[in-house]
Design a protein around this ligand. Structure first.
Ligand code: AHM
Ligand code: MG
Length: 352
């Protein structure tokens, strides 16, 4: 006897198409409370910023003012691309008059941007990197946006946003949007990591994978080996190790979001250690390393500075950089073991 399928294939496809991002957020929070509605609306706004950015990127070569440098430098002395400026403003625009977010802090702004009319009700701060990997834009390669949501604490009358100088454990949610062959949004509200694909014909992010778990180990090591001459001996020793052992493969795209996404799905490790020129590495804690650390922990992986869990690092300033080693537990532990060995050697030298 054959059993009838509970759902026909078209019904299943319809059910899948109806799992939109906003519906998923409400399911995650298991509530229709005002707070849950706010977080759902907030995620929807982030998705809108992602859609606007994806639309502009997809026509980059056909429009004026998309490719190339803006002719300015950001607070960290890096040359700003036109798309950095656009995406930064898109995030601000989507939150104006939303009543949801009081403050936005990004890689492209020295100080947080306030939306005073939202502040009496919108007690959230959005921290974000509008375009991560912007050196890829002019070559039509993948880039991303990274974000985290934090609660605003106190009134911040000084405007210094000192309450943002707390560890990544204070993040209420984090995620990224990857602008690749398709546009993918990955997020967590502290209950697993979930990925959505933008269906351009619907203009909606539709659920693609729920509760993603990173493998304990993967073949990929992802690092800019052009910095070899600038590294500590411990990182050099680690790279020599992977060069000399079977089972490793190098992958580095120049956009953290893309490299992270591959590792989230397939395992492995991404590292951007300190260099001679940038002893704390290149990546910024609040809007690059901490949001991705939140996601990788939710997916069963780890993120480390080499000596400390990224989510435990308390920043001293808004644009603080930190070394980052992130990915599968076993692969992060292997890099850390080389760093510990290096520290032990240094201590031995001091003692002898
Ligand atoms: P950005 O946000 O200004 O683009 O800088 C961050 C990017 C990361 O996406 C990427 O992993 C790294 O910088 C690449 O830097 P490098 O060219 O030094 O390898
Ligand atoms: Mg970045």
């Amino acid at each position: 006897m054959t059993h009838a399928e509970p759902f026909s294939i078209p019904e299943r496809a319809l059910d899948r198409d109806c799992t939109t991002l906003s519906r998923h957020v409400l399911q995650q929070l298991q509530s229709f409370s005002a707070e849950a509605q706010d977080l759902s609306a907030l995620m929807n706004r982030i998705a809108l910023a992602g859609k606007l950015t994806a639309r502009r990127l997809s026509r980059a070569g056909l429009m004026e003012g998309v490719l190339g440098f803006a002719g300015t430098e950001n607070v960290q002395g890096e040359s700003v691309k036109k798309m950095d400026v656009y995406a930064n403003e898109v995030f601000i625009s989507v939150f104006k008059q939303s009543g949801l977010v009081c403050r936005l802090a990004s890689e492209e702004m020295e100080k947080p941007y306030y939306i005073p009319e939202n502040c009496p009700i919108g007690r959230y701060t959005l921290v974000y990197d509008p375009i991560d990997g912007s050196s890829n834009i002019d070559a039509n390669l993948n880039v991303g946006s990274i974000f985290a949501i934090r609660q605003q604490e106190g009134n911040d009358e000084s405007g210094e946003a000192l309450d943002l100088l707390q560890s990544g454990r204070k993040q209420l949610a984090a995620g990224y949007i990857l602008y690749g062959p398709s546009t993918v949004l990955v997020y967590s509200l502290g209950n697993g990591v979930h990925a959505f694909t933008l269906d351009p014909s619907l203009g909606e992010f539709i659920l693609w994978q729920e509760n993603i778990q990173v493998p304990k180990h993967g073949a990929v090591y992802s690092v800019n080996e052009g910095n070899f001459w600038q590294w500590d001996d411990s990182i050099r020793d680690y790279t020599r190790y992977v060069h000399r052992h079977e089972g490793y493969t190098g992958r580095y795209s120049g956009a953290l979001v893309g490299d992270f996404h591959r590792i989230l799905l397939q395992g492995g490790v991404f590292l951007y250690p300190g260099t001679v020129k940038k002893p704390e590495g290149k990546l910024r804690l609040l809007y690059e390393s901490a949001p991705l650390a939140y996601l990788i922990e939710q997916a069963g992986g780890r993120a480390s500075t080499g000596t400390q869990n990224i989510l435990d690092v308390v920043p001293k300033k808004l644009h603080q950089r930190t070394p980052l080693i992130i990915g599968s537990t076993e692969d992060v532990a292997l890099v850390e073991s080389f760093i510990q060995e290096g520290t032990r050697r240094e201590q031995d030298k001091v003692l002898t």
